[in-house]
Structure formats: structure tokens, C-alpha cells
Design a protein around this ligand. Structure first.
Ligand SMILES: *Cc1c(COP(=O)(O)O)cnc(C)c1O
Length: 429
């Protein structure tokens, strides 16, 4: 569910018209709904209420400090993947002791910074990293809290670029050898074993891969608790969202209607399948949702610059590009495209919506039947709250867009549009 809907023929974020935001801030601009973020966090937190748990928001999905502050106020913990993300959490008023630090390539500087601030745990992704953390902690006269990431070798059935839980992925330590790694880690002087972690992939739309992974790994978690007294088991993030239909799925009616098989994945379904397997472990369960919390809580608004009717295709050229929102180019991500104003009935046309960037991959959709919007019209690319602005670049010397947070009838700029001088600030000439 989310709070983007039409009132008086204009698409709104909560009570604020996106047309007004576009007129005041220009385009492209990302707009987030604070109450959608809060509600998603709360739903997941409530669904897991029967067990001891923590919801650790995966900062990489949307790391704007205002978004982190909002989640910090809700009581979230944080899953971070760099020293930079830890810095952001601290700026948002977050407690380092509620941060777990994942990622396969942590540097000495990042490890030292995290140890100094006193994070909850490092999620260790290889034995080499384990040895290095032990060494750095020793040099600092500290003990590093660690959990180790297991790669359960299950198929997440998602796009291969966002699948992480198969043996051929770079993440975690193979299921077959993880017990030996824990054994060796338990003898290290400067690490303290705190937990077991896994994360099998992103945008999972059925509960089955989660159930398979948790069923496979739960006995290991029980064993590690008994042997080394680990305190938590993190089952990762990955809960998928509805990209299609994005707008319609904002309303509770859509969720109440019948859908094929076990689609869509709800927090209730997720919790009711997993809690019976997790509860007997008596461990604290950590969740690391990113996309689920913020994905449908954001849109990117853009203006149509030109229409070009070629021999083979109709192109609508908009003022946002792959540098602003790279998901379609990077992993065939789908974003519903909705004109911000709804007049009377209009015809549809098969269109490629493309950006101004000089790359063939710079498109938001290809051959999609869309309302025949015109030059100058404003559009929303739905479900752009996760892996949107955070992946932005200044390729083609395009300044990063504005970000706005809407809370009820208030719209606040939470990131100003970059200027060309911002882009050039570090260049020496
Ligand atoms: C990216 C990531 C997540 C979040 O994934 P979502 O699909 O956005 O929920 C959680 N845990 C780890 C370790 C990650 O790398």
C-alpha cells in the first residue's frame, strides 16, 4: 500500500499535488511519502511481534538523512554496507549500537571507524575478512562483535543481478563450510561471535524461497547458539513490492481482491510462514528490509520534452535519464508511468519513454502501451523510492535531482538540486 493517488484529477503524494511540487522545484524530482514509509515499517514490525526481533532498515535502498531520521524515530535499527552509510546514520541521530555492517569489501578505515563508534556487529562475508577484522581489533585493543554470513545456496527466483544466495554469488560463506569457519572464529582473540546472517536476494515476490532458506539454515543457527552462544539470526531483506500495477496497488481494495497463487507477498504471509520455524530457536531475529520499506514510498516526476515519431517507433523524450533512475537499464526494472493530470478519456500509444542521456540503454520503458501524453506534460515514474536517487550519477554532467519528503500536507525539500558548481567543486583546473 502507499499514499500516492488522484484527487481532483491530479496525482498527489498524501495531501500534496505532485504538479505543484513540479512547478515549485522543477523536474526531475524524487518525491517520498513519509506516512507510507512509517506504515511499511510498522506493518513488518507488527507482523513479527510474536517473536523477539529487530527491523534493521537496509540503508542502501534510500540513504537520505531525512529518511533515516524518520525511520530512527520509528525505532528502526540499520543495516549498513559502508563507512559512509554509518556516517549518515549517525547524522540522522541513529545509534551505532543498532547498526550491523555488511558487505564483502570492508576496508581498514571502515573497520576502524565502526569499531570506534561501537557498532552492533560486522556481518562477515569471508574468512579473509574475519582474519583482518580480528587483526585490526587487536591493534586497537578492542573486541569486534561479528556475525558470519552464510550462503544457503537456494534459488531466490529473482533477477540474476539481485540474486545473492546461490553458491555462484560473491556473498557469504558456503553452507558446507560455515560450521568450520565458526569453529575457527571462536578461537580468535579479538572477535566475539554474536550471530548468523543470510540474505538470499532482492525483490522476492513469493514466500517460498524465504521458507526454503530459513528451513535449511535454522538447524545451523540452533547448533551455533548451543556451541558459541550466538544471540541473533538475521534472515536478511528481500521482501518484494508491487511494481505492476503500482498505482492501483496503493489502495487496500487491491490487496483485498483475489490474486493468483500466493501473490502478492504480504507481511502477514511472510510472518505466518516463518515464525513457526524461527520461534523455537529462541534467538533474536533480525530483518533487513530495504525495498519493502521505501520502494513504493517514492516516485520520480519528470516532464516530457519532445515526441519523436520514427518509422519503427514512437519515442517520448523526458527530462529524466538513466543517471537519475538506473533500474531499467541496470536490471530491467519496471516503473509504471503515470501522467500527473487526468483529463477526460485519452487514447493510448505504443511508446518508448527515453531520457536525454547518450546511451541506447537510457530508457524507462520500451514498446509499452501508454496514455498518449504530450510535450510539456508531467509524469510520475512510480515505485522509485528504493534504489532510485541513491544510484544517481552525474553522467553527461547532469546535476543530481531534488528530493522532497511529503508528510500529510507538508512538502519539504530534503536534498537540493545540484548545481554545475557543485559538480565541479572537486575538479582542479
Ligand atoms: C541489499 C541488502 C538488503 C536489502 O535488500 P532489499 O531487497 O532492499 O530488502 C538486506 N541485506 C543485505 C545484506 C543487503 O545487501
Amino acid at each position: 500500500m502507499h499514499y500516492f493517488s488522484f484527487h481532483d484529477n491530479a496525482l498527489h503524494a498524501e495531501q500534496v499535488s505532485l504538479v505543484e511540487i513540479a512547478e515549485q522545484q522543477g523536474t526531475p524530482t524524487f518525491v517520498y511519502s513519509a506516512n507510507t514509509i512509517r506504515e511499511h515499517y510498522k506493518r513488518l514490525d507488527d507482523a513479527l511481534a510474536p517473536i523477539d526481533h529487530e527491523v534493521a532498515y537496509a540503508v542502501k535502498a534510500n540513504s537520505n538523512v531525512a529518511v533515516l531520521s524518520l525511520l530512527n524515530e520509528m525505532g528502526a535499527s540499520f543495516d549498513i554496507v559502508s563507512g559512509g552509510e554509518l556516517y549518515r546514520v549517525v547524522k540522522a541521530g541513529g545509534d551505532p549500537a543498532k547498526c550491523t555492517f555488511a558487505g564483502v569489501g570492508k576496508t581498514r578505515e571502515e573497520i576502524e571507524y565502526a569499531l570506534e563508534l561501537g557498532i552492533h556487529a560486522f556481518n562477515v562475508e569471508s574468512e579473509a575478512e574475519l582474519n583482518f577484522i580480528n587483526k585490526v581489533a587487536g591493534e586497537m585493543g578492542k573486541t569486534a562483535p561479528v556475525s558470519i554470513r552464510v550462503n544457503p545456496n537456494v534459488d531466490a527466483k529473482t533477477h540474476k543481478y539481485i540474486s545473492t544466495g546461490k553458491s555462484e554469488n560473491k556473498f557469504g560463506i558456503d553452507f558446507d563450510v560455515i560450521a568450520d569457519v565458526f569453529e575457527r572464529a571462536s578461537k580468535m582473540e579479538h572477535v566475539q561471535l554474536k550471530g548468523l546472517q543470510m540474505h538470499i536476494g532482492s525483490q522476492l515476490t513469493t514466500v517460498q524461497p524465504f521458507r526454503d532458506a530459513v528451513t535449511k539454515v535454522a538447524p545451523l543457527a540452533a547448533d551455533l547458539k548451543e556451541k558459541y552462544g550466538i544471540e541473533f539470526f538475521s534472515i536478511g531483506g528481500g521482501i518484494g513490492i508491487i511494481y505492476d500495477p503500482a498505482l492501483e496497488s496503493g489502495s487496500p481494495d487491491w490487496w483485498d481482491a483475489n490474486h493468483p497463487e500466493d501473490m502478492p507477498l504480504t507481511t502477514e504471509k511472510y510472518a505466518s510462514e516463518l515464525i513457526p520455524i524461527l520461534k523455537p530457536l529462541g534467538l533474536k531475529i533480525l530483518l533487513e528490509p530495504g525495498r519493502y520499506i521505501v520502494g513504493n514510498a517514492g516516485v520520480m516526476i519528470t516532464r516530457c520534452l519532445y515526441e519523436k515519431r520514427g518509422k519503427a517507433k514512437t519515442f517520448k523524450i523526458v527530462d529524466a535519464g538513466m543517471n537519475d533512475l538506473i533500474r531499467p537499464a541496470l536490471y530491467q526494472g519496471y516503473h509504471e508511468i503515470v501522467p500527473l493530470t487526468q483529463g477526460g478519456p485519452r487514447s493510448t500509444v505504443k511508446t518508448d519513454v527515453v531520457g536525454p542521456v547518450c546511451e541506447t540503454g537510457d530508457f524507462f520503458c520500451q514498446d509499452r502501451e501508454l496514455p498518449d501524453f504530450e510535450e510539456g506534460e508531467l509524469l510520475a515514474l512510480m515505485s522509485a523510492g528504493a534504489y532510485g536517487a541513491v544510484m544517481g550519477s552525474t553522467y553527461n554532467s547532469r546535476p543530481l535531482p531534488t528530493e522532497v519528503l511529503v508528510d500529510g500536507d507538508q512538502a519539504t525539500v530534503i536534498r537540493k538540486r545540484q548545481t554545475m558548481d557543485d559538480i565541479l567543486a572537486q575538479e582542479i583546473f
